[in-house]
Design a protein around this ligand. Structure first.
Ligand SMILES: NC(=O)c1ccc[n+]([C@@H]2O[C@H](COP(=O)([O-])OP(=O)(O)OC[C@H]3O[C@@H](n4cnc5c(N)ncnc54)[C@H](OP(=O)(O)O)[C@@H]3O)[C@@H](O)[C@H]2O)c1
Length: 307
């Protein structure tokens, strides 16, 4: 079958890979679309904290496809060496999540890892309460755009979008942000981010410290990504003085039922037009180009591989 194959650690290439065979406890899935995620790039380097992938293997962690009985499903794990960026893959039965039929499967795939990262960060990990103020650090990227919109859907009182690119920031206002803060263009960043109850942090580094500096009592910073820095210094008295929680987060920490409920809510919001997702479908033959675009940051457009 046609697949994006990792022959050596680094970047996959388009090629042929053997078809998955039925296995106990796993479902064969005919892939319709597979998300290109930072996670997939990290795994392909062999440096992701879950360990290096087998070689050769098919890349891709999540996607949307049809089971042999025709049901449309979303999945965010596969049985190695079969990844999601192929015509067919193998998925553990207990990892299958029903996908709605009334939304374009390419959008459903683009909504997967990134949408779930934002939803589970806000709802499951932060326990966002209606009326709370949410600050999204890195709001101009794919996860950030989801976080802005999902914070709205979950009843946030105020949503502050923080990023570098002014045009992309302006777009987050169209998506529902009450205020935008351009990094590098404000003199008093802590002041501009004051009062956060929940911080969705895709950046770490200086923006995260600034958001913590005048955060509300009991604020929760959900650490999701490190686009600005891998390490930073946070003053201990700051955390103690306002009972601030810093909580590390990855989608796979959320239990399966939590992910399934979040995915269902995102699907409904897409179908009703309350959630907007910009996706670009890329054929498997262009996977190397997709890899380099994802590495550079795609400016809010989610790349999706279609076999
Ligand atoms: N923990 C999880 O489960 C999970 C799941 C999904 C993603 N993630 C992580 O979340 C992060 C965001 O993912 P994504 O898919 O949204 O990325 P993306 O769509 O590629 O967006 C990248 C954005 O990052 C911004 N950026 C890059 N360097 C920056 C810096 N130094 N300071 C400020 N902004 C910077 C750029 O914004 P500007 O255009 O404004 O410059 C760019 O739009 C990544 O680190 C990813 O690994 C984690």
């Amino acid at each position: 079958m046609r697949a994006a194959v990792l022959e050596e650690l680094g970047t996959p290439v388009p090629g042929e890979f053997r078809d998955p065979e039925p296995a106990s406890g796993a479902a064969l899935v005919e892939v319709v679309a597979a998300g290109v995620n930072h996670l997939d790039l990290a795994k392909a380097t062999g440096r992701f904290y879950t360990g290096p992938p087998p070689l050769p293997s098919v890349v891709g962690s999540d996607g949307v496809g049809r089971r042999t009985d025709g049901r449309l499903v979303y999945f965010d794990t596969t049985v190695g060496p079969f990844g999601s960026m192929a015509e067919r893959t193998l998925v553990p039965e207990d990892s299958l999540i029903p996908a709605p039929e009334d939304v374009d499967p390419v959008i459903l795939a683009g909504m997967g890892n990134a949408g779930l990262a934002a939803h589970t960060a806000l709802h499951w990990r932060a326990g966002l309460q209606p009326g709370e103020t949410v600050v999204v650090l890195g709001a101009t990227g794919v996860v950030g755009r989801f976080a802005v919109q999902i914070a709205r859907l979950l009843g946030a009182g105020r949503v502050v979008a923080v990023g570098r690119d002014p045009e992309q920031l302006a777009h987050t206002a169209e998506l529902g942000a009450d205020a935008t803060v351009q990094l590098g263009a404000v003199d008093d960043l802590p002041g501009a981010l004051a009062g956060a109850n929940v911080i969705v942090d895709l950046l770490w580094g200086e923006p995260a410290v600034a958001a913590l500096t005048q955060a509300a009592h009991g604020a929760r910073l959900i650490q999701v990504g490190q686009l600005a820095a891998a390490e930073t210094a946070v003053a201990a008295p700051l955390l103690r003085s306002r009972a601030i929680d810093i909580r590390g987060h990855a989608v796979f920490h959320a239990p399966q039922d939590v992910r399934a409920a979040a995915y269902a809510q995102l699907g409904e919001a897409c179908a009703s037009g309350d959630l907007h997702v910009d996706v670009e479908a890329v054929p498997i033959g262009e996977v190397q180009h997709a890899w380099s675009r994802q590495a550079a940051g795609t400016g809010g457009v989610k790349l999706v591989i279609v076999p």
